[in-house]
Design a protein around this ligand. Structure first.
Ligand code: NAD
Length: 293
């Protein structure tokens, strides 16, 4: 069993981006600028946004965090997004999910200028991904592809089973794995909450991507020997023995599944770290397009 070390790999990609930024800065360029909008004070969202801001600092990006109270109106939020769309030195805009119930996610996603859509959630970004055109790929599936690439995991002709069909993880993941590219060229089965006999499917998988948000869901009896297992899940589980009161749990029963795998991602230190690196990559691309490098 080998570990797909997201933390180490993310550092590699971040170092590469930092070197590119330093070279651009030496030629007199401004810094790439990412703006994150955070609504309310959800603990997990706070942590994600803090990691993104920290990564920006590490690699020489400028970052701005804009906060709104939970009762912010959709109108106010959209006005802020439109202002950022028009602000020349803003390269990337992200609105941290989930949003309060009274704000429509689709409306906010559509409001972000597709040129600044570094999360890759805008229909234009998703359409470009489907067509194999240059554009922003959602950060989590993009980060997984970067991880598979870094470790040169052989995916061509393999059967990949993706668990979960969300528009930000499972669905784009299925598209990327099936693309005629390296990594890619998998035969993909996309499974979801209405899939009958999921275990039947996972047992045939050479590659499993678990992205459903149910802690320890994928058990050893669902995985064939030699499989590659990618754990996307992040759930906070109560744990009084830790000072923060919780521990992060993936969708895979790591201790039981890992011995059967050829490759597996840990949680934490797997996909989460790669998501941040992929977001930074998207922001650098947005910046380079805007300054026309
Ligand atoms: P989501 O709730 O939008 O989607 C979950 C999907 O799982 C749905 O498509 C549903 O059909 C499917 N599902 C639910 N129960 C199932 C079952 N029993 N069998 C098969 N499929 C089932 O979730 P999401 O936004 O895609 O996130 C999934 C998980 O990944 C969450 O834990 C989330 O926190 C985590 N996540 C992690 C990162 C990261 O950077 N590591 C990024 C995004 C999401």
């Amino acid at each position: 069993m080998n570990i797909l070390d997201g933390k180490k790999t993310a550092q590699f990609y971040k170092d590469t981006i930092a070197a590119e930024v330093a070279a651009l800065r030496a030629k007199g360029s401004r810094k790439p600028h990412l703006v994150a909008i955070l609504i309310g004070s959800n603990g997990a969202s706070e942590t994600y946004v803090a990691s993104k801001v920290k990564a920006c600092e590490q690699i020489g990006f400028e970052s701005t965090l804009i906060r709104f109270e939970t009762d912010v109106t959709e109108e106010t939020l959209l006005a802020e997004v439109h202002r950022l769309n028009e602000t020349a030195d803003v390269d990337g805009i992200l609105v941290q999910l989930p949003l309060p119930d009274h704000i429509r996610e689709d409306t906010v996603t559509l409001a972000i200028d597709a040129e600044k859509d570094v999360d890759g959630f805008h229909p234009e970004s998703l359409g470009r991904m489907l067509l194999g055109l240059p554009g922003y790929v959602p950060a989590t599936p993009k980060g997984i592809m970067m991880l598979l690439d870094y470790y040169n995991v052989d995916t061509a002709g393999k059967h990949a089973v993706v668990i979960g069909r969300s528009s930000i993880v499972g669905s784009p993941m299925s598209v990327l794995l099936s693309r005629n590219s390296k990594p890619g060229n998998c035969t993909v089965t996309l499974t979801h909450s209405r899939t009958v006999d999921l275990r039947y499917h996972t047992l045939q998988a050479d590659i499993i991507v678990a992205a459903l948000g149910k802690p320890l869901f994928l058990t050893a009896d669902m995985v064939k020997d030699g499989a590659v297992v990618i754990d996307v899940g992040i759930t906070r589980m109560k744990d009084e023995s830790l000072s923060k009161g919780y521990r992060i749990c993936g969708d895979v029963d790591f201790d039981a599944v890992a011995p059967k795998c050829s490759w597996i991602t840990p949680v934490p230190g797997g996909v989460g770290a790669m998501t941040i690196a992929a977001l930074m990559q998207n922001t650098l691309e947005a910046f380079k397009r805007r300054i026309k490098v």
